[in-house]
Write a protein that binds this ligand. Structure first.
Ligand code: FAD
Length: 562
């Protein structure tokens, strides 16, 4: 069993230490050379970020959080007299995370946070989720909520709420979903009315209505999407604004859901009864701008949650397959079991490659934004907007597949609560539903792929031919797949939207196969083990590329009715 979830995760450590392009990220993020900056150069900043991942994050995850996960799952959250009660081991964990200053990881230092880049936070969420996936819904949600406040709220709101979130005294929630507004958030009905005589930008509004399925709805700071404009004049998504509502007697948790997994995370139905709220950003931009921005961070967080689950399920399967003997051999000796293990590892590492490629781009986008470089900001925003849904899609679908196979490798034991994989399987199931289902992610992805938003990324990879002749030969194979992908995208450009939607998943998979192959080849230049990974992955992905190329061109919408 790993005793540090960062140090013992060789792939994550390798990506953090050797694959991330830290120099530009740090140059944009930190004011190196200025008094308030704690670092003298980018190497020192990077070393400090990675130290944090090892200790306290990796240490706490392995030795405190993971041993409590089964009890958190078993006890779950309770609603008593309108108050949500967390399980005791979860309370202890939150105290430890707060004491280690980890609840404000991405909050700027001026507000008491650690001011970490998005990539470091993504890695921390992966590590924490490997220990207990449900904890991500408090720990990983905190950053998205706080970053949205930091980016768009008034100075007064920032100064009041961010220090309380940094210390862990306050946690957050994001209240978008309603009974009749799920994937289609433009249908939100919750209302916001300005109090008479108040200034719309800085004054007090009153929020009324019901929100459903709100993770940590008992949190102190709730970001609410509500209808502020007259529907006859400004209907649909354009009539929605974003509000900060503080927990009070005017916000009732009416019920918490009884659910399949993530039992350490309370999923609340909230009723707002004239609850005071303050506008975040501009009126009418609630959905298009602020929800979209929050969801970018939240997608990475859920992707990291799923990645942690995959890692946990993979490690459990590898351990079990070595220990369990049948027919006089460890089951890992059997070709079918070995094949399953290999596929799980490939899928887990492929998903991770995509996740951190996306988080790096989000850091670049945010960095250029901070520096007021709108040209570069727009360039990377376009890439980030396309990459994050793909990363969310692949990490979450992978977690489900890896958990499925991990149970298979455990045989009957995998079905039993005595083995952690039973919980992992249940926890994984929500990841490809919330923060936008996989169908919604690939729908976003295909519109951007067809528009050519990720051509720049493929072009950069295609031009980087490895020096090693074996890797260069593999690179040639990937370039052929890349050419097939571009042909498919050109074909789709001429098709109606309905047709594209039909093949959104295959097209996203097609892109993933090509892009991840390129990334694995880059990794192989720095770590010999990755040469085997790249070879195995390309061998595995090539026939699928053929299949995807054919499916993209020959899809047919069929309704089968006996
Ligand atoms: C445990 C849990 C925690 C949650 N936490 C939060 C939270 O903190 N805050 C919050 O606001 N919400 C939260 N949600 C809500 C979650 O984001 C929604 O459940 C999710 O977005 C899907 O919406 P829905 O359930 O209404 O499904 P629907 O939108 O009704 O979708 C049903 C099915 O139709 C498909 N579908 C819908 N539209 C399309 C389309 N255009 N193209 C293709 N397929 C489509 C979907 O992919 C899905 O398969 C949470 C949900 C759960 C279960």
């Amino acid at each position: 069993v790993a005793d540090n979830f960062y140090r013992d995760n060789k792939d994550l450590k390798f990506i953090m230490e050797s694959m991330m392009d830290w120099e530009p990220i740090i140059a944009l993020k930190e004011n190196i050379g200025e008094e308030e900056c704690p670092y003298d150069n980018w190497e020192e900043a990077m070393a400090s970020y990675l130290d944090l991942l090892e200790d306290p994050v990796g240490e706490l995850a392995a030795n405190r959080i993971a041993p409590r996960a089964a009890e958190v799952d078993e006890v779950g959250c309770k609603l008593v007299d309108g108050e949500v009660i967390y399980p005791d081991p979860l309370k202890r964990t939150l105290k430890e995370l707060s004491d280690a200053q980890l609840m404000g990881m991405t909050i700027p230092r001026e507000f008491g946070g650690l001011g970490m880049p998005e990539t470091v936070y993504t890695a921390a969420i992966e590590i924490v989720a490997q220990a207990d996936a449900s904890l991500m819904n408090i720990f990983g949600l905190q950053g998205g909520i706080a970053e949205t406040i930091n980016e768009f709220a008034s100075e007064a709101l920032k100064a009041h709420y961010l220090p309380l979130m940094s210390s862990g005294e306050y946690t957050g929630a994001m209240a978008l979903t309603e009974p009749d507004a799920g994937s289609d958030l433009a249908a939100v009905q919750c209302r916001a009315e300005l109090e008479p005589g108040e200034d719309p930008d800085t004054g007090r509004w009153r929020i009324n209505g019901t929100k459903r399925f709100i993770t940590n709805g008992c949190g102190h700071v709730i970001l609410v999407l509500a209808r502020s404009e007259d529907p006859t004049k400004r209907g649909g998504g354009r009539g929605l604004s974003f509000f900060l509502v503080e927990k009070s007697e005017r916000v009732t948790v009416r019920r918490i859901e009884n659910k399949l997994g993530i039992h350490g995370s309370p999923t609340c139905e909230l009723y707002f009864d004239n609850a005071p709220g303050y506008l975040i950003g501009k009126r009418g931009m609630g959905l298009a701008r602020y929800t979209a921005w929050l969801m970018l961070a939240a997608r990475l967080a859920v992707g990291a949650q799923a990645q942690g689950i995959s890692q946990a399920a993979l490690e459990e399967a590898e351990k079990y397959a070595k220990e369990r003997e049948q027919f006089g051999h460890p089951i890992s000796d059997f070709p079918q079991v070995r094949q399953m293990l290999t596929r799980m590892r490939l899928q887990t590492e492929a998903a991770r490659a995509m996740l951190y490629a996306a988080s790096q781009v989000v850091d670049l986008q945010q960095g250029y934004d901070k520096r007021g470089d709108s040209v570069n900001m727009k360039k990377w925003k376009q890439v980030a907007d396309a990459m994050t849904p793909i990363a969310k899609y692949v990490t979450t679908e992978t977690a489900n597949q890896v958990c499925y196979e991990s149970i298979q490798i455990h045989g009957g034991n995998g079905f039993m609560k005595e083995y952690p994989v039973e919980r992992l399987y249940r926890d994984a199931r929500i990841t490809n539903i919330y923060e936008g289902t996989s169908q919604i992610q690939v729908s976003w992805a295909i519109s951007r792929l067809v528009r050519g938003d990720l051509d720049v990324v493929l072009d950069i990879e295609a031009a980087r031919v490895p020096k090693d002749p074996e890797l260069a030969a593999l690179h040639g194979q990937v370039r052929e797949m890349d050419a097939r992908l571009r042909e498919a995208l050109a074909f789709l450009k001429e098709q109606p939207v309905e047709y594209r939607e039909l093949v959104a998943r295959e097209t996203t998979d097609f892109f993933l196969g090509v892009f991840v192959s390129y990334v694995f080849l880059r990794q192989a230049e720095k770590w010999a083990y990755k040469k085997d990974v790249a070879q195995a992955y390309i061998r595995y992905i090539r026939p699928q590329t053929e299949l995807n190329a054919s499916r993209v061109r020959n899809a047919q919408l069929m309704v089968l009715a006996p």
